[in-house]
Design a binder for this molecule. Structure first.
Ligand code: GLC
Length: 552
């Protein structure tokens, strides 16, 4: 079957590997990953079979939020290397036919950005209006920032506050200012001119703020309320998003994947439809199933597979109806999927393959986060001092403020911390896992001597999955076929088929710790993947905990 993906939609053909540069590979062995470190490992990625890499922010930054606080959009963070190193990486990638997409952080900058510094030191500078300042002796309202505390920070020496949805070192840009928008568009186009293939667009649903700036009833004992109600996906955002697309992305036919929390399924066609703002978006409806609201980790849920399945189905149906999805089970803000989705006693390489196979063949472009292909699990930390991530530290203290003991608060943070996925990549079993000779900036996960890239069965399995999607006889079905979920099965079984021209490929996963009996109307003709050793044949078979099969 030949490839039927339209050239314009080239990004449907990709398998994307997400790199957290600080933790990927330290070429100069100083304990911090860098661009040359990525270059050294391109053969590893090529062997895995991925076609595009998404690199988290590499720009000049004081690293308060590990690069999501940009001080110069056009400069490379010296920790990561130089522009020459980036150009070399791009060149090497081209040779190996690996595309690069970068992280585009345009909701905010660092407070160390030249624009913000100008805005602070000269009230009459044009840059004052590039940000959101409000005069007054008190914070203008009770909105809570995503990383805790008020969204308002007092300007030293003035009766005035500036807005930050995230950390106080990440002041929000004022998208209402046309000149600012133009500067951003030019910067985006400069990067596209360099030859990158697109962007992952950070926190993009936050760029429009509700102009009333009014307080709301508090939702925590800090007397504050999540700012999301007034700052996320607000009416009017469509004007900015359309303009952004028209003045940049569209001209280059680049790929764009929006980090778009807070978008209802009814609005998906605006975001990813034929004339949507982006090629695809990440949908967080099921990714955040273990916590009630993405940023309050102490609000844990007792989620069931039934609920997970129902959210997954809704998500896939909405994506199929409107456009294309960006499928993921891990990223740099999420815990390890094996720790989140699989019960403690079953966190084995086979289960890592099981959850991998469950999501990898969904309809859309699959994303793999570094280390996911090794079956990594969360790190165990017994002191808040061992954490680096600002939101982990905030959640620890908020948990305590909300009445939990230190032990409980630490437990929430251990389960959800963003540092779980940010631990250095374990390349081998030598000291510091071959990531660096010098002590890494963040502790390795304890398992690294046995869970690393040497002889790893999960890696081999991911390689097979990628091969099946990209280069096999069933590639077209797996890439472009429609998706349909099967409903008359146990709540614990996630089952779907992909169909193209009447040909169907089935994926069945037992996302539970109990063995499940399955009966299907037609006999299995061919098994493409089986994560476990028990044989699966005929019309009736058993799936052991976390087993996944792909068959015809
Ligand atoms: C996004 C990023 C996250 C970052 C935040 C602020 O959610 O994924 O890592 O902290 O935006 O830029």
């Amino acid at each position: 079957m030949k490839n039927i993906i339209n050239k314009k939609d080239w990004w449907k053909d990709e398998v994307i590997y997400q790199i957290y540069p600080k933790s990927f590979n330290s070429s100069n062995n100083n304990g911090v990953g860098d661009l040359n470190g990525i270059k050294e490992k391109l053969f590893y990625l090529k062997e895995l079979g991925i076609t595009t890499i998404w690199i988290c922010p590499i720009f000049t930054s004081p690293m308060a939020d590990n690069g999501y606080d940009i001080a110069d959009f056009d400069g490379i963070n010296p920790q990561f290397g130089t522009m020459k190193d980036f150009d070399n990486l791009l060149k090497e990638c081209k040779k190996l036919k690996i595309k690069i997409i970068l992280d585009l952080v345009i909701n905010h900058t660092s407070d160390e950005h030249r624009w913000f510094k100008q805005a602070l030191c000269d009230k009459n500078s044009k840059y004052r209006d590039y940000y959101i300042f409000k005069e007054g002796k008190h914070p203008p309202n009770n909105w809570r920032s995503i990383f805790g505390g008020s969204v308002w920070e007092k300007v030293v020496g003035e009766d005035c506050y500036y807005l930050h949805i995230f950390d106080k070192k990440q002041p929000d840009l004022n998208w209402e200012n046309k000149q600012l928008r133009e500067e951003l568009y030019q910067m985006i186009n400069r990067w596209l001119e360099k030859g990158i293939s697109g962007f992952r667009i950070d926190s993009i649903t936050f760029i429009k703020k509700n102009a009333d700036y009014k307080s709301l009833p508090a939702d925590g004992i800090d007397g504050l309320v999540t700012c999301k109600h007034k700052t996320r996906n607000q009416p009017g955002i469509e004007v900015f998003l359309n303009e952004l697309k028209e003045k940049t992305f569209e001209k280059y036919n680049c790929m764009t994947v929006g980090e778009a929390p807070g978008v209802n399924y009814t609005e998906f066609s605006n975001f990813i439809g034929k004339d949507g703002y982006f090629s695809m978006i990440f949908d967080f409806h099921y990714a955040d199933i273990d916590v009630e609201s993405g940023s309050d980790w102490f609000k844990r849920t007792n989620w069931t597979t039934k609920e997970f399945k129902s959210l997954l189905i809704k998500s896939q149906q909405a994506l199929q109806k409107s456009g294309w999805g960006a499928n993921f089970i891990e990223n740099h803000d999420q815990p390890r999927a094996l720790s989140k989705l699989v019960k403690k006693d079953f966190q084995t390489p086979e289960s890592a393959m099981g959850i991998g196979s469950m999501y990898f063949f969904l309809r859309g472009t699959p994303f793999i986060y570094q280390g996911q292909e090794l079956g990594m699990i969360n790190a165990k930390r017994d002191n808040i001092k061992q954490f680096d991530d600002i939101s982990s530290i905030d959640n620890f203290y908020r948990g305590i403020e909300e009445g939990f003991s230190e032990k409980e608060a630490l437990n929430f943070v251990n389960m959800r911390s963003r540092d779980n996925s940010r631990t250095p990549m374990p390349w081998d079993n030598t000291k510091y896992g071959g990531f660096s000779n010098y002590k890494p900036w963040l502790e390795m996960t304890e398992e690294y001597p046995s869970v690393n890239t040497i002889k790893n069965t999960v890696f081999d399995f991911y390689k097979k999955m990628i091969f099946l999607r990209q280069n096999s006889k069933i590639s077209s079905i797996l890439k472009t076929g429609s998706i349909q979920f099967l409903s008359d099965l146990s709540d614990n079984i996630i089952a779907y088929y992909r169909e193209l021209y009447g040909e169907k490929i089935y994926s069945f996963t037992n996302l539970s710790p109990t063995t499940e009996e399955i009966t299907i109307p037609k006999e299995i003709i061919k098994i493409y993947l089986n994560t476990h050793t028990n044989k699966v044949l005929g019309k009736q078979f058993k799936l052991v905990p976390y087993q996944s099969i792909l068959f015809k």
